[in-house]
Design a protein around this ligand. Structure first.
Ligand code: FES
Length: 177
């Protein structure tokens, strides 16, 4: 290196890679915004997902009627269930047709027709059968499908306790297989 070049190098200002004011502001504001968004969004995500992770109250029975009121003739009883579906809580009213069989055993049938879901009634045509008003499906007292519907009426799980009939979840008919 010549003397002239050495002299120039000595007087050239050192070039540092410094952050510009604009970059500094971008990083600072970006970081702060991300931090604040995280604080706001995370609780919302948790609120949305939490109920889905909770266990549903399975196997819950509802007290419906005194055992002494049940006869061989099917009768309709209404009852409410407390339902939690994710974050949606409701108390829908359900119905069941409850009767005793020839052995005195109490059983309960769902009123939902297995054809397209209309509500059946007992003995509306004087034939001691369940009838559906929509397309004339008919079922025996045990819920066995006679015409139109492809399957028997569903049954409720039944529990007898302290002289009362309790109903649980709906299950496929056990009396007609
Ligand atoms: S819905 Fe009951 S017969 Fe069609």
């Amino acid at each position: 290196m010549s003397n002239h070049e050495q002299h120039e190098t000595a007087h050239r200002p050192v070039q540092r890679k410094e952050m510009s004011r604009r970059q500094f502001l971008s990083y600072t504001l970006g970081g702060t915004t991300a931090f604040m968004m995280g604080g706001a969004v995370l609780p919302m995500v948790r609120f949305a997902v939490d109920p889905l992770l909770e266990k549903k109250g399975e196997g819950t029975y509802v007290k419906v009627v005194e055992e002494s009121k049940i006869t061989n003739e099917p009768q309709e009883f209404k009852f409410k269930i407390h339902q939690i579906d994710g974050w949606y809580v409701s108390d829908p009213e359900l119905a069941a047709w409850i009767s005793k069989d020839a052995n005195g055993k109490i059983f309960a049938l769902s009123p939902v027709c297995k054809h397209l879901g209309c509500t059946i009634g007992w003995n509306t045509k004087g034939q001691n059968e369940y009838d559906c008003p929509c397309h004339d499906a008919r079922y025996t007292k045990d819920g066995k499908n006679i015409t139109v519907a492809p399957n028997p009426l569903d049954e409720y799980e039944v529990k007898l306790e302290n002289g009362f009939v309790y109903l649980g979840p709906v299950m496929p008919n056990t009396r007609t297989s």
